[in-house]
Design a protein around this ligand. Structure first.
Ligand code: ADP
Ligand code: 5GP
Length: 204
């Protein structure tokens, strides 16, 4: 992966990670409508098939493996990862960060721990937040409750959850999503407190 320092200067980003089922997507959706900081959700490119209800350009840019590898070789990604060793690629596009910064917003990345480590190297001032559930059993309960994955995929994601929890300490903040409202409030407070250190502007 090439360095993006020159291109992006000292502009910063928000990174949110956590095991599958920790509630990341739910929290992101709430923050996008409720947070007083101008956040711009980064739309990742992925080779994973679209789930029922997902929308091209809103949830992801769904591209073929061939196109992903072409764009990777072209240096279009800040980071990219074969997440959960699923065989599916996910990556954050440089053009997405520029899209946020060009409107005075703070790029909001919901990415896995490996991708997050790379972004932290590129942007040491990144506001990095790790979401965890209150207990280990919550991940399985929530994943099954969501009902979007096959048994095989659920098992792979649960195994990966253990590995991801081991990386929690590299994040600046850890937030427990025991109650959704409380977790959303806590993250909002973190972002407001960090506002002075970032280039973001307020929505008003
Ligand atoms: P992730 O994006 O981390 O995989 P999701 O946001 O899809 O997780 O959440 C997984 C499931 O858990 C969803 O069905 C969601 O509605 C539910 N959920 C999220 N947060 C909570 C919470 N605090 N308490 C109970 N259920 C939750
Ligand atoms: P899902 O398939 O459930 O949408 O996402 C699976 C995992 O991929 C989640 O942990 C999510 O954070 C991660 N992910 C989504 N987009 C990216 C990305 O652009 N880069 C990396 N490294 N991980 C991503």
């Amino acid at each position: 992966m090439e360095s993006s320092h020159e291109q992006f200067g000292d502009r910063t980003v928000v990174i949110l990670s956590g095991p599958s089922g920790s509630g990341k997507s739910t929290i992101v959706n709430r923050l996008m409508t409720e947070c007083p900081i101008k956040l711009v959700k980064m739309i990742s490119a992925t080779t994973r098939p679209k789930r029922i209800g997902e929308v091209e350009g809103e949830d992801y840019y769904y591209i073929t493996n061939e196109e992903f590898q072409h764009r990777r070789l072209n240096g279009e990604f800040v980071e990219f990862e074969n997440v959960y060793a699923s065989g599916f690629w996910y990556g954050t596009l440089k053009s997405e960060l520029e899209r946020a910064w060009s409107v005075g917003g703070l790029p909001f990345l919901e990415i896995d721990v490996n991708g997050a480590r790379r972004v932290m190297e590129l942007y040491p001032d990144a506001i990095s937040i790790f979401i965890r559930a209150a207990s280990d059993g919550d991940y399985e309960r929530r994943l099954r409750g969501r009902g979007t994955e096959s048994e095989e995929v659920i098992q792979r994601r649960l195994a990966n959850a253990r590995r991801e929890l081991e990386s929690a300490h590299v994040y600046k903040y850890q937030v427990c999503n025991d109650q959704l409202d409380r977790a959303v409030h806590e993250i909002t407070q973190i972002l407001i407190a960090q506002k002075g250190n970032s280039t973001c502007t307020k929505n008003s």
